[in-house]
Write a new protein. Structure first.
Length: 337
């Protein structure tokens, strides 16, 4: 482990006004995205789409890093430049998703555990050699009657901590992502309770594994009501609950918290981030690690057509700029245009 390298990379990923593009969609997820524009989810179409995003002029002013999928980190531009080299040439740090998706937690119906621990150290060493300097592992915590169970929280916390320790041993900054889903009909108070307990378990496990807090980032959900809840709270209420939760659970040594969008709309994810940042000063730098909330409009504008590349890039750049403003607490609805 090289503490200086880890710490400097972690800080660079949360540089002022910058955040992370999560372009680590699996084949199944990218198929869903492409189905929406009636485009066949071939490897070449996926490569074309990522090239559109990664060659967007000016994106590096707002994007510090990009999370890639295993297939994507091995791809190149049409002209033959590796994606990792393309990103690095712009000052954007390449990253890699290393969990292998979720599988049912045995004996616990409706609950999941993330796979991917087998051969992890070897894969991380390979990814480092390919240019990756940070990684991501996602744990999924659902809220429903009787769940999450204590075992679900502890098992996923252990998996996250093991992953983080392996990353740091290979000089890769771990992004620790315990996602409490917003799919249900629960209210914001229930989300706060579950997120608080989840983060308690995660940081206890990170401590047991000896993970260097200064050389990692946290990628959590915001504390927000479920999408099916009849009562949807204001950005200020979400900010208040989210900060209360983090102040009780996240050590100040963690340099940055990069939110997942978790199904929020593009503008909602931006507005909520801005509301959280504005309530500072905070012990951590807040920023974004968005997938859909950076890409949804862009993919529609592109529609799989070469003649629409500039349109897709313009929409992506706009969203990156809006979230960059939010990360500084400087976003306004008027800025959306």
């Amino acid at each position: 482990m090289n503490p200086h390298e880890l710490d400097s990379t972690a800080r660079a990923l949360v540089a002022p006004g910058k955040g992370i593009l999560a372009a680590d969609e699996s084949a199944g997820t990218i198929k869903k995205r492409f189905d929406g524009i009636k485009l066949e989810a071939t490897e070449e179409n996926g490569r074309r789409y990522r090239e559109m995003l990664f060659t967007t002029a000016g994106a590096a002013e707002h994007v510090s890093g990009v999370i890639l999928f295993d297939a994507t980190i091995r791809q190149s531009t049409k002209g033959g430049q590796r994606f990792t080299d393309l990103l690095a040439s712009q000052g954007i740090i390449p990253g890699i998703k290393v969990d292998a998706g979720t599988m049912p937690l045995p004996g616990h119906p409706g609950e999941l555990i993330s796979a991917g621990a087998d051969g992890l150290r070897k894969r991380l060493a390979e990814y480092y050699a390919m240019g990756a300097r940070f990684a991501k592992w996602r744990a999924v915590i659902d809220i429903a009657p009787g769940i999450p169970s204590a075992l679900c929280l502890s098992a996923n916390a252990e998996a996250l901590a093991h992953y983080a320790a392996c990353c740091q041993a290979e000089n890769i900054v771990p992004i620790v992502e315990p996602e409490v889903l917003m799919d249900g009909d629960h209210g914001i108070a229930r989300c706060e309770d579950v997120t608080t307990e989840t983060l308690h378990q995660v940081f206890a496990a990170l401590y047991r594994y000896g993970v260097r807090l200064e050389g990692m980032l946290l990628k959590p959900n915001m504390v927000i009501a479920g999408a099916k809840c009849a009562t949807q709270d204001s950005a200020d209420a979400i900010a208040e609950a989210t900060l209360r939760c983090f102040k009780r659970t996240v050590p100040a040594a963690v340099p940055g918290i990069v939110f997942l969008s978790g199904g929020q709309s593009e503008v909602q994810a931006t507005a909520n981030l801005d509301a959280i940042v504005r309530r500072g000063p905070h012990p951590w730098t807040f920023s974004f690690s968005y997938g859909r909330a950076l890409q949804a409009g862009s993919i529609k504008a592109w529609a799989g057509l070469d003649e629409n590349v500039a349109k897709g890039q313009a929409v992506y750049l706009h969203r990156a700029r809006m979230n960059g403003l939010a990360a500084k607490g400087a976003w306004t609805q008027a800025a959306e245009g």
